[in-house]
Write a protein that binds this ligand. Structure first.
Ligand code: PGA
Length: 256
């Protein structure tokens, strides 16, 4: 499977800083070696699209948050269709900051995954446990609950079971996000193994192996190579270290 290196910029970089990033970003990889993906803030998506197209830069773009409806009276929201029109090809769903700070539920992640697929976007579904969950031995139960809310749901699950329906997962332990604390490669592999097992139970062996599982949580140039070479880790989702074009390029370089 081709590794996927994704950068989640969160609420960083307006249109100007976004254009500047892409002026400075130089990928060390060939297109066929690794897929690179950036999630800028929605307001900077058009600037990112322009910069990437103008520079012939091999980077896919995604949207950090989508509403489930196509359009309507939902002040402040953006539909998957609008993001696709502005140049996104991926949609982040269920990031722990959305779950924790904005109260997104498992049911919300399900309708957003469905909305992404409806608009032709690849859903990138994030799951992960809090420190409290981990210490209480609830890792497996939490991951299964978050994943099953999407993959075991009638119709949506049937659609995702088909190999032509795109899906990417990211395992992001909440205690490792933005804290400088990274899961060990062994912890990451163990959690990814649990996710792969759940996918296998839902979709069968072949399909389960076609769904990339990324690791996220304090990924940096100094730890990305080791994480990327761990069993069942198919890529990384990078927050803070994706904001600097050089460090994002270094992380990309550890995948090719
Ligand atoms: P971080 O964020 O790399 O800054 O820990 C990861 C994420 O939230 O996706």
């Amino acid at each position: 499977m081709k590794p996927l290196v994704a950068g989640n910029w969160k609420m960083h970089k307006g249109p100007k800083a976004t254009s500047e990033f892409f002026e400075r970003f130089r990928t060390p990889c060939q297109t066929d070696e690794v897929t690179l993906l950036v999630f800028p803030p929605i307001l900077s998506l058009t600037a990112a699209r322009k910069a990437v197209d103008k520079g012939g830069i091999q980077v896919e773009l995604g949207v950090q948050h989508i509403h489930s409806e196509v359009e309507g009276a939902y002040t402040g929201e953006t539909s998957a269709e609008m993001a696709a029109e502005a140049g996104a090809s991926y949609a982040l769903v269920g990031h722990s900051e959305r779950r924790q700070l904005f109260g997104e539920s498992d049911a919300d992640t399900r309708v957003r995954v469905a909305a992404a697929l409806r608009a032709g976007l690849v859903p990138l579904l994030c799951v992960g446990e809090t420190l409290e969950d981990r210490q209480a031995g609830r890792l497996e139960a939490v991951l299964r609950r978050q994943l099953d809310a999407v993959v075991a749901f009638p119709e949506l699950g049937e659609s995702l079971a088909r190999s032509e329906t795109p899906l990417v997962l990211a395992y992001e332990p909440v205690w490792a996000i933005g804290t400088g604390e990274t899961a060990t490669p062994e912890d990451a592999s163990a959690a990814h193994g649990l996710l792969r097992e759940s996918l296998r139970a839902a979709f069968g062996d072949q399909r389960s192996r076609s769904i990339p599982i990324l690791y996220g949580g304090s990924v940096k140039p100094g730890n990305s190579r080791e994480l990327l070479s761990s069993p069942d880790v198919d890529g990384v989702l990078v927050g803070g270290a994706s904001l600097d074009p050089r460090s994002f390029a270094e992380i990309a370089g550890s995948a090719c």
